[in-house]
Design a binder for this molecule. Sequence first.
Ligand SMILES: CC(C)(COP(=O)(O)OP(=O)(O)OC[C@H]1O[C@@H](n2cnc3c(N)ncnc32)[C@H](O)[C@@H]1OP(=O)(O)O)[C@@H](O)C(=O)NCCC(=O)NCCS
Length: 179
Amino acid sequence: MKTYLETDRLILREIVAEDVDGMFELDSDHEVHRYLGNNPIKNKEEAQKSIDFIRQQYTENNIGRWAVVKKNSNEFIGWAGLKLIKETTNSHIDYYDLGYRLIKKFWGMGYATEAAKASLAYGFNTLNLPEIFAIADCDNTGSNKILTKIGLRHKQVFFLNGIKCNWYRVSREEYNEYT
Ligand SMILES: CC(C)(COP(=O)(O)OP(=O)(O)OC[C@H]1O[C@@H](n2cnc3c(N)ncnc32)[C@H](O)[C@@H]1OP(=O)(O)O)[C@@H](O)C(=O)NCCC(=O)NCCS
């Protein structure tokens, strides 16, 4: 099982089939899906399919979201990291998107910020990406706060599947200026 990043409190590693219970807890929660289209999953088969889909991206794109694991307990608490977006979104295609999703009982402890910050650093310092993007529902206060706090720049408001969303970007030059 490959580990990609270690922060003060977290390990970011590849998602594996054994994460199915954690992925089910994560994606079956309607509160987690409040700003993600309101369509939580109903069974573990769907969780397994998500894992397969993410692992396929590791093979095809050399990158995909990673499992976020608490170092002191080895618990799976959600996922975070970069994804290569191959579908046109807000007139962009083939770009790297930063994202995160945590099981509700782990919210409000700074874990998402910690994982997002480390993932951004990996994108610029290890993958040498020229730019990284992110999207958040305008009403998703926590997520918008995280993106701004770690240095993403708000570029515009756009509609994604009828939902008003914020579009963020940061270039490597901008990132290097504040790190
Ligand atoms: C978005 C999410 C990852 C935030 O996780 P979290 O663990 O609460 O994030 P953090 O603890 O790192 O908090 C980040 C900041 O946002 C604030 N925040 C978090 N949720 C908030 C809320 N609902 N309302 C207001 N502020 C909130 C925190 O207080 C913190 O602020 P601070 O830096 O000033 O202390 C989590 O709510 C989640 O997994 N949601 C479901 C999936 C999702 O929406 N993903 C993002 C898609 S764009």
